[in-house]
Ligand binder design. Structure first.
Ligand SMILES: [Zn+2]
Length: 192
């Protein structure tokens, strides 16, 4: 059920609902995105042995989840946006970026900031793990505009929904032009 919330704020770790991608979802991604992830990370019964870059479980430290929600609340009613970078599927740095659209309905990451972030990622041999933005009035699910404006199909697109202002929800997706698959988000305690 794609409508299940994944992470609800205020967060109690036990309230995090986990979502597994079905084998069908992961096989339907094959061929659209270059697939290089170890087949073991696909769920049981995944019909492919090909390697795939796409992860279907992502451990997100609570401090980054909190920061995304705080950023969304700061920018509301406009959408916020930002980047998560790191290594080995672990976030090392969150970048808050400017939404040059300054709009409650869409976002565009400031290209000058994006370039600087990209250079830092390259310099540190990190990966661009995720792109996040907020939906201030709608659910945490990719809109038609979001799907059209995908720039990094290998990254996870995180969406923070403030449609219930007291209870933010974060979900993560792999998005390509013709496929959306939800990533299972596991919120973990901040690691030192
Ligand atoms: Zn959106």
């Amino acid at each position: 059920m794609l409508n299940d919330p994944v992470a609800i704020w205020p967060l109690s770790l036990s309230s995090v609902r986990l979502k597994k991608i079905s084998p069908q979802d992961c096989s339907s991604s094959i061929g659209i995105v270059d697939c290089r992830l170890d087949a073991n990370t696909h769920g049981d019964g995944c019909p492919t042995n090909r390697k795939c870059d796409m992860v279907n479980l992502f451990n997100l430290e609570k401090k980054y989840a909190d920061d995304m929600v705080a950023h969304a609340r700061t920018e509301a009613p406009n959408e916020c946006c930002g980047i998560l970078a790191g290594k080995d599927e672990r976030v090392i740095k969150l970048y808050r970026t400017t939404n040059t659209e300054h709009s409650p309905y869409r976002y565009k990451i400031d290209p000058v900031q994006m370039l600087a972030i990209y250079e830092e990622i390259q310099k540190n041999k990190w990966k661009l793990l995720g792109v996040y933005h907020s939906h201030t009035h709608t659910e945490a699910y990719p809109s038609a505009t979001d799907i059209k404006s995908i720039v990094f199909p290998e990254s996870i697109y995180f969406i923070v929904s403030l449609s219930n202002p007291d209870q933010a929800i974060i979900r993560g997706f792999h998005i390509t032009e013709d496929n959306i698959s939800e990533v299972e988000l596991r919120i973990i305690e901040t690691q030192r």
